[in-house]
Design a protein around this ligand. Structure first.
Ligand code: C5P
Length: 208
């Protein structure tokens, strides 16, 4: 199972809070897994991307809450889950039923925390492999280690925003894989299709 893409958190019928995630990394992993014989459930936030392999079942969601519920509903019978989605940490406390009108005054939107999907699956997992992503602007390695522990992940794919050619929207990525033994493997700049192979190779060393 994979989560991919951004989430959109509705403010009113025509506006949302989102992020720049394209979904490219998650979709590339889904295609790589399927090409190696896996049956893949791809839980995707709003993206322009489509899937090509017939072994990928795509479920489209919009908000973090929908992604959370769909992930929880499907996780029990999965061998592994890769959490590649850029999930919004907060959502507006309420979605206005009508388009909010401007009135020249300051405006405040109260935000409430979204559920942490990866951490919830970490609590539920039974012999399942759980993989997270970390996109950090500072103290990348230290934060990735903390994430491993906090979310009970088997490994973290770290992509740093400090590197050109890595992260959101691009077709390339630079990753490090950090595992529970504390080992860190650094990979050079590659296309996201090639990076997907490295991630699935690592997953296979745990699963097979
Ligand atoms: O804590 P942080 O958001 O940096 O963690 C990133 C990892 O956790 C990613 O794998 C992301 O998909 C996952 N995550 C999640 N649910 C959230 C926030 C992050 O599954 N609400």
């Amino acid at each position: 199972m994979l989560t991919a893409g951004p989430t959109h958190e509705k403010i009113d019928p025509v506006r949302f809070i989102g992020n720049y995630s394209s979904g490219k990394m998650g979709y590339a992993i889904a295609e790589e897994l399927a090409s190696r014989g896996a049956e893949v459930t791809l839980i995707s936030g709003p993206t322009q991307l489509t899937v090509s392999h017939p072994a990928i079942k795509k479920i489209s969601v919009v908000s973090a809450k929908e992604m959370y519920q769909t992930s929880i509903d499907h996780f029990d019978h999965m061998d592994a889950a890769i959490m590649a989605a850029a999930v919004a940490d907060y959502a507006p406390a309420e979605c206005a039923p009508q388009k909010i009108k401007r009135n020249g005054e300051d405006m405040t939107i109260r935000l409430v925390p979204n559920p942490d999907i990866a951490a919830s699956l970490g609590k539920k997992k039974q012999g399942q492999v759980l993989v997270g992503f970390a996109l950090e602007t500072n103290n990348a390695v230290e934060n990735a280690h903390k994430k491993l522990e906090k979310k009970n992940l088997d490994f973290v794919v770290l992509n740093s925003l400090e590197h050109k050619g890595a992260g959101f929207q691009t077709d390339t990525n630079i990753i490090s894989i950090i595992d529970r033994q504390g080992d860190k493997k650094d990979f050079p700049l590659k296309s996201k299709v090639e990076v997907a192979k490295d991630i699935v190779d690592h997953l296979e060393t745990i699963l097979l």
